[in-house]
Ligand binder design. Structure first.
Ligand code: AP5
Ligand code: MG
Length: 209
């Protein structure tokens, strides 16, 4: 099964991927996570990507396309994958087609800007496991009771200026993919403004239908 999770920053693509990959027997491929690993490792790619990421801009297509192709060629992708945050532009989607990747379903996470900003400002990541949490009172999932603040990190691009730019970039460069995949008849919208259980249910229904 080859799936794409599409949607604005903070809509829950990563959180839902972490919840359902095991059930579906597929792996999660987050280009954002791969790029953050490259930055952390100080590789040539990481050096090229960092400035774009911190400003909330997209990393140039060719860098991300090469990274993605290398990742999906690995053996753990044979049973299928969720592309979380790729493609983000029409040229990226065309590159996927040209690479012969036949996508079964595109799940489009729909969420209003006010909730996006709220969720991103409360997001925290476990430094060791990479698990995504939210420290807002209504956020899900909450970090386990007793987790010290030092065990969690806040992403560099979850600062107000970068968040605002990520939303603009999403509308301009990524939203056109909704029409692109609607045209192929494989897009399913889901309401990302519900609680996690509701979204997991709707996402699994969309994938299995
Ligand atoms: P990336 O890491 O992909 O970031 P993003 O698309 O901005 O999306 P996020 O990861 O911020 O949001 P999400 O939808 O995964 O939300 P999450 O599940 O964490 O990309 C980062 C950067 O890398 C880009 O800006 C770009 O520079 C570069 N990049 C990456 N891919 C690229 C590409 N293909 N081309 C070019 N550049 C690329 O949830 C958010 C928060 O909400 C969490 O705290 C979570 O706990 C909470 N939450 C989730 N669901 C709920 C709920 N139902 N109720 C309450 N709280 C919830
Ligand atoms: Mg994510």
């Amino acid at each position: 099964m080859k799936l794409i999770f599409l949607g604005p920053p903070g809509a829950g693509k990563g959180t839902i991927s972490q919840r359902i990959t095991e059930d579906l027997g597929v792996v999660q491929i987050s280009t954002g996570d791969l790029l953050r690993e490259a930055v952390k490792a100080g590789s040539e790619l990481g050096k090229q990507a960092k400035g774009y990421m911190d400003a909330g801009e997209l990393v140039p297509d060719q860098l991300v396309i090469d990274l993605l192709k290398e990742r999906i060629a690995k053996p753990d992708c044979e049973e299928g994958f969720i592309l979380d945050g790729f493609p983000r532009t029409i040229p990226q989607a065309e590159a996927l087609d040209q690479a012969g990747v036949k996508v079964d379903r595109v799940v489009n996470f729909v969420l209003e800007d006010q909730l996006i900003i709220r969720r991103l400002s409360g997001r925290r990541i476990d430094k060791v496991t990479g698990k995504i949490y939210n420290v807002n009172p209504e956020g899900e999932p909450q970090p386990p009771a007793g987790t010290p603040a030092e065990a969690l990190l806040q992403r560099d691009d979850d600062k107000p200026e970068a968040i605002a730019n990520r939303l603009v970039v999403y509308r301009q460069q990524t939203e056109p993919l909704i029409a692109f995949y609607k045209g192929k008849g494989i897009l399913a919208d889901i309401n990302a403004g519900q609680d996690l259980e509701g979204i997991v249910r709707d996402a699994e229904n969309a994938i299995r239908s």
